[in-house]
Design a protein around this ligand. Sequence first.
Ligand code: SF4
Length: 448
Amino acid sequence: MSSQKAYIQTFGCQMNEHDSFRMMEVLGREGFEMTPDPDEASLILLNTCSVRENPENKVYSLLGRLRKLKAKHPDLIIGVGGCVAQQEGETILKREKAVDMVFGPDNYFRLPEMIASVRRGERVLMTKWLPRTANHVQNFVPEEWVEGGHVEGCKAYVSITKGCDNFCTFCIVPFTRGREVSREVDNILREVRDLVSRGAKEIWLLGQNVNSYKAHEVGFYELLDRVSQVEGLLRVRFTSPHPNDWNNCLSDLMAERPAICNQLHLPFQAGSDRILAMMNRGHTIEEYLNKVRYMRAINPGIEISTDLIVGFPTETDEDFEGTLRVVEEVGFSQIFPFKYSTRPNTKAAKMEDDVPREVKEERLARVIELQERITHERTAHYVGTEQDVLIDSANPRLRHAMNGRTDGFRPVTVRGGDLEIGDMVRVRITSANQHWLEAEPLGVHAGA
Ligand code: SF4
């Protein structure tokens, strides 16, 4: 076992993936190399997520396996970070003696400090929130980490907000990620410009609720506008916006600015106003649909994806039919459907989880089946069209083929041409399967 190799296992969302990249940067400056093999690591971190079903059980079962590894390599340091760590805190240290450190999402920049304490023989618990100012502005990426962030191929992620104030009744995020704060615009732009200067062609703006961004007088509209005009940046995406904070001006901006991708992940969660009210979503289904209708009217090619929950407490067949109607009307490019399950400490946990498991499963299967038909139809429409594809990786199976994404985030394999990661290439779509497009190149026109 090498003395300075680290392995990070990431669970859950893009925010967590981004946090893991940040952890890698922090560890890199400490002299750690990353390894894909936990057996050769001297430091193993689990970056956990509370959103999926039974997350704590999964973490404890993984820790049970790591305990055996630690028995063979007593110097191995094991840390648990992320949302489960924030939520469970000291319980993890008490339940699993192999764990050396437990830290919440606000603390990973302090990894060097934690590792030093462990090497002195201590066990560490760091789950305190960073203090937030009265106006909810906080440059939560420390000054020394604003520049030098990770560029993955030609993409990079930039956190603009952290935490959430919405308290949807099913969601644990406000408890595990804390209340919402926004970074100052100059702090964000400095990070974006630095990433672009080091090869990023596409930037993802991240936050639990990106479009409620507000730092002093700057809101999400102005931030997005300014980021989209950074020289050398070809594409901007963001995730996730909330329907309540979405407005038609943002749809106009997306349609006007070529660099802002025609792709939106806009969760609607349920197709029944009664269930939406129980979820504390703060909008009706008609309000959601009106925003989508406007967007489609001015920007017909936009690809919209969504999250939805089936089997929320008291959901009737009629409520669920409403969900199917929304899926049908919007014609999403992709859906992320979840069977409802209780999260401790949330308001919904006090409601009776009264929809039987078989009913939830049947509803889930029906909504997936509907979406598969829609996806198939929407994907087939691409054949014969011309698209701009940003090349982001080599195709792992085919020689002389590269992979990339359309403006609407459709994955494409481009066969032929002398293409490199970071090229923006005009292509003609030659064929499509359920989720994937194939294309021939017509010519590189930017970013080469
Ligand atoms: S908006 Fe609702 S679902 Fe999204 S993170 Fe906030 S509380 Fe959770």
